[in-house]
Design a binder for this molecule. Structure first.
Ligand code: KIV
Length: 279
């Protein structure tokens, strides 16, 4: 099976074919997603909220991201593993950013995702691509800037705002990014941006016309119940499944129904005779 790479993603755009991306934070989930044919597995900084219970994504460190990236990378053979660079791991200066991005790649990521725009971000993207590190940009609603944005607001709602996003996307493309996540952007704006780029766009709440789609897997599986974004589709009720299994297990343990004869080990008859107590 051929590993998904940047060339494959670019070919899909040329052939007008879509690709899928989901987040994963652990080995066993990543393995299932890979087997299911998901093309890009993102170790999203969303793990701060859904796996670590932090209030927002800004509290997670590169050291924590490395642990989860290693676990995910071990479970994946085909998909491209992307490490989401966490808040302040790439902002202070290029040298520190490159060190941290290098750590993400050494942890098993095949590419990194970087939020934002502006000259500093474009030069960082260029530096990474010069070094052979594939980069996915991320514009529109950028969760790491939640304090500046002031809430989960849709971005690119007007023609002028869309032109601004397109300008940012083009700069990221020029700098060498091979794809760009558009988060919480009206689909008309996302369509216009996608049609005016040669690299792929990945929708995260940006409608039907992007080249790929990405969602947080806990939303898709119905595991994270704190809230569900309008743009996410729940394909299952994993929270209920886990709850039902856990309550049944609890009942079985407390009633003596678990473990059963099939679930215990025995010692040989000969050894058993040496015991003074009967079993
Ligand atoms: O952290 C994340 O999960 C993301 C999204 C694009 C899904 O950045």
């Amino acid at each position: 099976m051929k590993k998904v790479n940047t060339k494959f993603i670019s070919e899909l755009k040329r052939e007008n074919k879509k690709f899928s991306a989901l987040t994963a934070y652990d080995y066993s989930t990543a393995r299932v997603l890979d087997e299911a044919g998901i093309d890009i597995i993102l170790v999203g900084d969303s793990l701060a909220m859904v796996a670590l219970g932090y209030e927002n994504t800004n509290n997670i460190s590169i050291d924590e991201m490395k642990i989860f990236t290693k676990a995910v990378a071990k479970g994946v053979t085909r998909a491209m593993v992307v490490c989401d660079m966490p808040f302040m791991s790439y902002h202070s200066d290029i040298a520190t950013a490159i060190t941290n991005i290098g750590e993400a790649i050494k942890s098993g990521a095949n590419a990194v995702k970087i939020e934002g725009s502006g000259e500093y971000i474009y030069s960082l993207v260029k530096r990474c691509t010069d070094f052979g590190i594939p980069v996915i940009g991320h514009i529109g609603f950028t969760p790491q800037a939640i304090n500046a944005i002031g809430g989960h607001y849709i971005q690119g709602k007007t023609y002028d705002a869309t032109l601004e996003l397109l300008e940012q996307a083009k700069k990221l493309q020029e700098a060498g990014a091979f794809a760009i996540v558009l988060e919480m952007v009206p689909e008309e704006s996302a369509k216009y941006i996608s049609e005016n780029l040669s690299i792929s766009t990945i929708s995260c709440g940006a409608g039907r016309y992007c080249d790929g789609q990405v969602l947080v897997s806990d939303d898709v599986f119905g595991k994270y119940s704190n809230f569900k974004p309008k743009f996410a589709r729940r394909y299952g009720d994993m929270r209920k499944l886990i709850f039902d299994c856990a309550t049944q297990y609890d009942k079985d343990v407390k009633s003596g129904n678990f473990p059963s004869e099939d679930e215990v080990f025995h010692i040989e008859e000969e050894e058993l005779r040496k015991y003074e107590i009967s079993t």
